[in-house]
Write a protein that binds this ligand. Structure first.
Ligand SMILES: [Fe+2]
Length: 228
């Protein structure tokens, strides 16, 4: 078990407190439902056992800690194929509260894990790894873009209003405000639209994509993965 410092727990609780009103205002219904089920602590970084007690009985997924900082997608997809979600040991520093180019544990836990208690969401997550692991290098890049613009940075239309869907948005105060202020062109999510756009790792995204429902994005991706 990794012990975290008081400083890291303070970064967590500061981020949690800042993001809570934003997600309550802007997050999609799936995220909010998962967030309430998962019940993340506000004042400290949660233990892996605590997370898995909520996640594994509901979806069969589990989380594992890793000391490896994200540079290469392959080990991550290998874990996804085993329904294992890696949570990095790295926590952002005070000067990166609003935006970090590197996924940290706040992103991994607060951004992704609320979704991972919902079987209708893990069905989406489970589509990527088999397609990625059998693909060649060019196709892998396309699959990474499809994941980026859906599970990391997608938006979803609910009752005529756009809500946040992507985990990268949930964990970034800066990018949430940037997107919700209307500074980013939004286009309908289709495989054809998305794969033309590189991932924007070092800056806010220049374009983002929205879908009409979780079912709609699963259908769009499923039809593509079935034929590639
Ligand atoms: Fe992520």
């Amino acid at each position: 078990m990794t012990a975290f410092t008081d400083e890291q727990n303070r970064v967590w609780s500061t981020l949690y407190e800042r993001q809570l009103p934003r997600i309550e205002k802007y997050a999609c219904q799936e995220y909010l439902e998962g967030f309430h089920t998962l019940g993340l602590p506000a004042d400290r970084i949660p233990e892996i056992d605590f997370l898995n007690q909520a996640i594994t009985p509901r979806t069969g997924w589990c989380t594992e800690r890793t000391e490896v900082r994200y540079t290469d997608a392959v080990p991550w997809y290998n874990c996804f194929a085993r329904k294992t979600f890696l949570v990095t040991d790295y926590m952002r520093t005070w000067d990166e509260l609003d935006f970090t180019p590197e996924p940290d544990m706040f992103h991994d836990i607060f951004g992704h894990l609320p979704f991972m208690v919902l079987p209708r969401y893990t069905e989406l997550q489970e589509m990527f790894a088999p397609a990625f692991l059998r693909a060649g290098p060019e196709e892998r890049e396309r699959i990474k873009r499809l994941a980026w613009y859906s599970t990391e940075f997608g938006l979803i239309r609910e009752r005529g209003e756009l809500r946040l869907f992507g985990a990268g948005l949930m964990s970034s105060a800066g990018e949430i405000e940037h997107v919700m202020a209307g500074h980013v062109p939004l286009e309908p999510f289709s495989v054809e639209n998305v794969i033309r756009n590189e991932k924007s790792i070092w800056n806010f995204n220049n374009v983002l994509f929205f879908f009409d429902s979780l079912e709609a994005v699963k259908q769009e991706l499923g039809a593509y993965f079935d034929t590639h």
